[in-house]
Write a new protein. Structure first.
Length: 160
């Protein structure tokens, strides 16, 4: 069975998001082994400049790297990534599972995004939208799209 790890910066505090994430984890358990790893986010100062952004994203990056498995296919969710349709995303997951690796790791950065170290290590960078969303919502979006991808791959009915 495919192993999917989601490494995220920050914790989900809102109960309605926790509930929705739990529901999608339960649904996904039919198709893959899924784990979500949360790493601490850095507190943001009132004023931010490029040096502070570099420092914060590097600290968060180091926390992410501690949990990154060497044999896993790394996909970063990033505004600089490629936008895919749900069908293309499904094909991408199938292709990775069949031809590259049975372990996929998705990384969702914090408020300031990802450090370049992670972007360079990634095999793929995906963007769900050019619009900006809170990283807590992106976690839910990712799980929903993974569930949809498996349903598409298996030819099962899902909301179109």
């Amino acid at each position: 069975m495919l192993n999917i790890n989601v490494i995220c910066v920050g914790k989900i505090k809102e109960s309605y998001l926790q509930s929705a994430i739990s529901e999608y984890k339960k649904r996904l358990s039919k198709y893959c082994n899924i784990s979500i790893i949360e790493v601490a986010d850095e507190k943001l100062p009132n004023k931010i400049n490029s040096s502070i952004i570099e420092d914060i994203t590097e600290k968060e990056c180091n926390r992410i790297l501690e949990h990154l498995k060497k044999d896993s296919y790394l996909i970063c969710l990033d505004l600089k990534g490629k936008e895919l349709s749900s069908e293309d995303f499904s094909s991408k997951i199938d292709d990775i599972a069949l031809n590259f690796n049975s372990n996929i790791t998705f990384v969702i950065g914090g408020t300031l995004g990802l450090h370049d170290i992670l972007r360079k290590q990634a095999k793929e960078m995906i963007c769900f939208s050019k619009m900006t969303f809170p990283h807590q919502l992106i976690r839910l979006f990712l799980l929903e799209q993974l569930f949809r991808a498996f349903k598409i791959s298996k030819g099962e009915t899902y909301h179109w």
